[in-house]
Design a protein around this ligand. Structure first.
Ligand code: M6R
Length: 369
């Protein structure tokens, strides 16, 4: 049932290209438009939206954080991302013209269910992004966009994460399209790149052997830090979450720009720091900033594990370990750069003798608040 893999998690990591392809299937036209008729919210509903909240827990929250960068950039609609468990307790400003996107793999997470009920009471429109047909969250939402990741058995979420990003991006592109905002060549080009992501992720999966070796090396570390900027920041949070839940190690993700505001004091001789680097093409300022962050932590003794795209030579002098991913645009990079972080967490956990698929104290679906 594990398809020849030692753990469900490894099987599910390997299924990501297929999961992405399945989530895109039927939703992109040959003219690079987005077809989301299934969403049940009318174009008029979507045109009236002036604010978006994305809510979720754990990995689903991290996918929402990635989504914010893309949706705001494409649609110019303000997006806030909030932990579902915090949302309803702080009296958020919601009304008919608010769209709440509730992200959940299981569709049964109680924190997210309670948050969506609160949103509905306040008359907001709720759209579920969910992997489980007919579960509570899509049933109680006004509309649903299913991720087609297939059943996810391992407690640690992997293929659900990448398909949630895809689904939220489709919502963003759809909104941009029907509102006629910024639906420019840039957006059409993104659709082409989306179609190429299954192959890009498959390529990353081919090169994971050195990551496995590195994982064995790191399995005795006290802590691992993760850094990123822009969409690399939620990827850092996701890498740290995976490592915490599976390896029971102290792991934290930071926005690289925050280092100097506190976290840099955690850096000591040999502390592993994983850094995802955005493409040097395009947003070069972002790239240059993170290269100097890599230098900063290395100068203080960190062991740098750098995830950078093919052809990025600027990082080479500062990387103790260099993991290459295929070239992509900044917004799509999380889909490839998260893969080595998933493999790293899985293999460190295995090296420490932990139960990879069923980490202690955790359940796949958290049905209590
Ligand atoms: O089923 P959901 O997406 O609503 O679950 C949310 C979180 O409980 C879940 O993502 C959790 O953080 C994972 N174990 C992370 O790997």
């Amino acid at each position: 049932e594990k398809g020849g893999y030692d753990y469900f998690m490894l099987k599910e990591i390997a299924e990501q290209p297929q999961a992405i392809a399945d989530t895109l299937r039927g939703r992109l036209t040959e003219h690079n438009e987005i077809a989301l008729d299934e969403v049940r919210l009318t174009d008029q509903d979507l045109r009236d939206i002036d604010k978006i909240f994305i809510i979720g827990c754990g990995t689903s929250y991290n996918a929402g954080l990635v989504g914010k960068y893309a949706i705001e950039h494409w649609t110019r609609i303000p997006v806030e991302v909030e932990l579902a468990s915090e949302f309803r307790y702080r009296d958020p400003v919601l009304d008919r013209s608010t769209l709440v996107i509730a992200i959940s793999q299981s569709g049964e997470t109680m924190d997210t269910i309670m948050a969506l009920r609160h949103a509905k009471e306040q008359k907001a429109r709720v759209l579920a992004v969910c992997n489980t047909n007919g579960s509570t969250i899509p049933r109680e939402s006004d509309g649903v966009l299913y991720t087609h990741a297939g059943p996810e058995i391992a407690v640690a979420s992997t293929k659900a994460f990448v398909t949630q990003i895809i689904a939220v991006y489709l919502v963003g592109l759809h909104l941009a399209q029907i509102r006629g905002i910024k639906y420019s060549d840039e957006v059409a080009a993104i659709v082409d790149q989306l179609k190429a992501t299954p192959d890009a992720v498959a390529e990353v999966l081919q090169t994971m052997e050195p990551v496995r070796k590195l994982a064995r090396d790191l399995s005795g570390s006290q802590q691992v830090l993760f850094l990123g900027r822009h969409v690399g920041f939620p990827v850092a949070l996701e890498g740290a979450l995976k490592l915490k839940e599976l390896a029971y190690m102290h792991a934290e993700g930071f926005a690289a720009g925050e280092l100097k505001h506190g976290p840099i004091s955690l850096i000591d001789d040999g502390v592993p720091v994983v850094i995802t680097v955005p493409s040097p093409r395009g947003r070069s300022l972002l790239h240059d900033k993170i290269v100097s962050n890599i230098q900063e932590v290395r100068a203080r003794g960190a062991r740098t594990i750098v995830i950078a795209e093919e052809g990025d030579t600027a990082v080479e002098p500062y990387a103790d370990h260099l993991i290459r991913v295929p070239r992509t645009t900044t917004l799509l990079a999380p889909l490839t750069t998260v893969v080595p972080l998933q493999v790293l967490a899985c293999e460190i956990a295995a090296a420490r003798g932990n139960d990879v698929d069923q980490p202690r104290n955790l359940a796949k679906s958290v049905t209590v608040e």
